[in-house]
Design a protein around this ligand. Structure first.
Ligand code: C5P
Length: 399
């Protein structure tokens, strides 16, 4: 399905640029032709010769190259491909894209094109977290640009966090789903996952047993259908999937802020097991026994209900899916919850002890929609995720 397609690959400046060489090999191996564009900064990290040798085509890098202009011209160059991939995309290149600047060949091509664009960012974690970068990303998303990654982990600069270029295989998978026209291509979907930790004092917190497995599987399934996924996760034990934008939070209050910052989205899945309460009198210092034998009295205050807040917000995602973990009367409780929260669907599951569902690898769910309740067989969490993602794609296509 990919054979015969063409990708215009813009290689920006960053230590991760070497991964773009592996990406070229994966693309060529699948029969995809690659037209490479190397920015001046990119050429500091990989040579035009290695890029050209792997791509089997000439490398474009200069806006004012008289031969290139006479042969093809930068406007034509911006239209030759089925997809433009920017990997690695630096903070600077994304800022140029968001601002509509055109002061070198890469930014000019990106401004002149009407071809879909997939961006794989790579930068230092603080640069990624900076409000300016986050603003640019929100703008680019609104402009229809798709994202893959960044991953998180140890970086070449020695720091740790989000900002690592997605692995070539993940970028290749994202390219494949765009080129293959997955049903969620061009859609932005938000997924919350994992537990929240609510602080008691600097060393203690209240948590729950959510592993984040179901949320991670849903994010991966949505990604596989071509969606651009923002994955807002509490401290889960299951790692986040590759090829999605990961936002890590600890508390419910932080999760709400991260969710609001990630909107707008076409759809949202709230799979996180958010703590209902946080400690109102959390201590700034470690609490100590005072010898009186008296236990400290914790007072609680209700957390914001993220699902209900987003469901009722102006400009909410067209499809909002909540979860209901119940231990009895699953359908009745989940049906009432759908109305109470104002979401479109509820994925209800029986988490009573003995089912082995919480923290396990399987799930038995009932999908509650406006039309009623649909009981699904007990399935691996991955399969539940795939079915849910397919149903969401169907609903968005018809909605
Ligand atoms: O009310 P309950 O916790 O049973 O509702 C579960 C659903 O609501 C889940 O989808 C969960 O992610 C979401 N939720 C939320 N914010 C809360 C509590 C629950 O988004 N504070």
């Amino acid at each position: 399905m990919l054979a015969g397609k063409r990708v215009l690959l813009i290689i920006g400046g960053g230590i991760a640029a070497y991964k773009s060489l592996l990406l070229i090999r994966l693309l060529r191996g699948a029969g995809v032709a690659v037209t490479p564009v190397l920015t001046a900064a990119g050429a500091q990290f990989v040579t035009p010769l290695s890029v050209s040798a792997l791509a089997g085509e000439k490398v474009y890098s200069n806006l004012f190259d008289l031969t290139d202009e006479a042969e093809l011209g930068h406007i034509q160059l911006s239209r030759v491909a089925d997809l433009i991939v920017v990997a690695p995309a630096t903070a600077d290149l994304m800022a140029k894209m968001a601002g509509g600047r055109a002061d070198d060949l890469a930014s000019t091509l990106l401004l002149a094109t009407d071809t879909p664009v997939l961006v794989a960012p790579a930068m230092n974690v603080r640069m990624w977290d900076h409000p300016a970068t986050q603003r640019n990303i929100a703008q680019l998303r609104a402009d229809g640009v798709r994202f893959v990654g960044p991953d998180e982990g140890e970086m070449a600069c020695g720091e740790f966090g989000p900002g690592r270029l997605a692995e070539p295989e993940a970028i290749f998978a994202a390219v494949s789903s765009v080129l293959a026209g997955g049903p969620l291509v061009g859609r932005h979907v938000l997924v919350t996952s994992g537990p929240t930790h609510e602080q008691i004092d600097p060393v203690r917190f209240i948590a729950n047993r959510s592993s984040g497995a179901q949320g991670a599987a849903i994010a991966a399934a949505l990604r596989d259908l071509g969606a651009s996924v923002t994955f807002v996760t509490g401290p889960a034990t299951v790692p986040p999937p590759e090829g999605v934008v990961v936002v890590r939070v600890e508390t419910a209050v932080q999760m709400l802020a991260a969710v609001e910052a990630a909107l707008p989205a076409d759809a949202a899945v709230f799979a996180a097991a958010v703590a209902d309460w946080r400690v109102a009198n959390a201590s700034g210092q470690k609490m100590k026994k005072d010898g009186s034998g008296q236990a400290p009295g914790l007072q609680f205050v209700e957390n914001p209900d993220i699902l209900a807040t987003v469901s009722r917000a102006v400009g909410r995602p067209a499809l909002v899916v909540g979860f209901a973990a119940e231990t009895e009367d699953v359908v009745a409780h989940a049906t009432a919850k759908r109305l109470r929260k104002g979401c479109d669907w509820i994925v209800a599951n029986d988490v009573s002890p003995g089912t082995g569902i919480m923290g396990g690898s399987e799930n038995a769910v009932t999908l509650i929609t406006a039309e009623g309740a649909e009981v699904w067989p007990r399935l691996p969490k991955d399969e539940v995720a795939r079915r849910l993602a397919a149903r969401m794609a169907e609903a968005l296509a018809h909605g």
